[in-house]
Write a protein that binds this ligand. Structure first.
Ligand code: MG
Length: 342
């Protein structure tokens, strides 16, 4: 068998190979749209939007396979709740209605470990103001699954037409980032490699629905995405491709924590390329950008939010990174480096 005949780790990268997989195999089968489906599978957005008449239902789902199960700043339980709450939030559903939880557990997993994961899910649900209202539990034999896998599905509602897609950028919009990038991915990789020398790395995993609501209250948000797997670089490239616009980013304005930058350098990994689990990339109408950044800065999770770039008519489908010394294209990370990051 050739590489094309089997699924590889690269197919799960979240970037190009994942998109190829979805566009060749999944979208042709399930991507058909209809009038009452303003955002369907073919949009490859953070969730779907179903028009119910007087309300729109937002639905999203995610399977969490992170390794290790616990890491500085969080664990798989917190990730499973925050990840799905955040996908709802960046579709505009900032007041989540309910979550489902499907647990797949390896026989031999200690009940103490399972309790600590469930405790963490419970705390994160409280923080996000959401409840798990249905679920499923399966146990697989020892070695048949690695520890614990958690799938969560989330539902929320928004007034008709008030959802926000990740494809809504227009020339002139500002790009606003809610905080420093790379924390989750670099922390996970450092943990795996035993590289967190000073112990000052921590995942940013957290529900961001409140933060998103604050931004939406302060001004017109034209597009949103949570830069998870594939990182900020993948998220912003997806946004320009879908809207057929360009973006120029001012690199010195993009916040990256010192420990994340230096550990990234040691590991040979760019913080722009790795997952965030508590950050949002916003497109904002130019006139509202200052008001949105002010509102984010007042929120405890948005103190470092900033305008980091602008949407352009030129360079359609491309992201230009102005480093302060010159310009280059910012591309998506290639395939294989980061399995099981979220
Ligand atoms: Mg997402």
């Amino acid at each position: 068998m050739s590489e094309d005949d089997v699924v590889t780790v690269a197919h799960g990268s979240g970037a190009g190979r994942t998109r190829d997989f979805l566009e060749e195999r999944v979208v042709p089968r399930f991507g058909g749209g209809s009038e009452d489906l303003p955002v369907g599978l073919a949009a490859l957005d953070d969730g779907a939007v179903h028009d119910l008449g007087d309300q729109s239902l937002v639905v999203t789902t995610d399977s969490h396979v992170v390794s290790p199960l616990s890491f500085p700043g969080g664990d798989i339980g917190r990730l499973a709740v925050a990840g799905t709450v955040n996908d709802l939030a960046v579709m505009g559903a900032t007041d989540p209605l309910a979550l489902t939880c499907s647990l797949i557990v390896e026989a031999g997993t200690s009940t103490d470990l399972l309790d600590s994961i469930l405790d963490s899910m419970e705390r994160t649900c409280e923080e996000a103001g959401v409840a798990i209202t249905t679920g499923d539990t399966k146990v697989m034999g020892s070695g048949e699954v690695d520890g614990v896998v958690i799938n969560t599905t989330g539902v929320g509602v928004v007034p008709p037409g008030e959802h926000v897609s990740d494809g809504g950028l227009s020339p002139g919009d500002k790009i606003v980032l809610s905080g420093p990038v790379g924390d989750h991915g670099i922390t996970l990789l450092a943990e795996r490699e035993g590289f967190d020398i000073d112990g000052d790395l921590e995942s940013d995993v957290a529900p961001v629905a409140d933060l998103v609501a604050a931004a939406m209250d302060a001004g017109t948000v034209t597009a949103m995405k949570d830069p998870t797997r594939g990182g900020f670089a993948t998220a912003i490239n997806e946004m320009v491709r879908k809207a057929d616009v360009g973006v120029t980013l001012e690199e010195p304005t993009i916040p990256v924590r010192e420990a994340v930058a230096s550990t990234g350098e040691l590991l040979g990994i760019d913080p722009f390329d790795v997952a965030n689990e508590g950050k949002v990339v916003f497109g904002v109408a130019a006139d509202d950008a200052d008001a949105v950044v002010d509102a984010l800065n007042e929120h405890p999770m948005g103190s470092e939010a900033a305008v980091v770039g602008e949407v352009t008519d030129e360079n359609r489908g491309r992201v230009v990174l102005d480093t302060g010394f010159g310009e280059r294209f910012l591309s998506e990370p290639g395939g294989e480096q980061l399995p099981r990051i979220c």
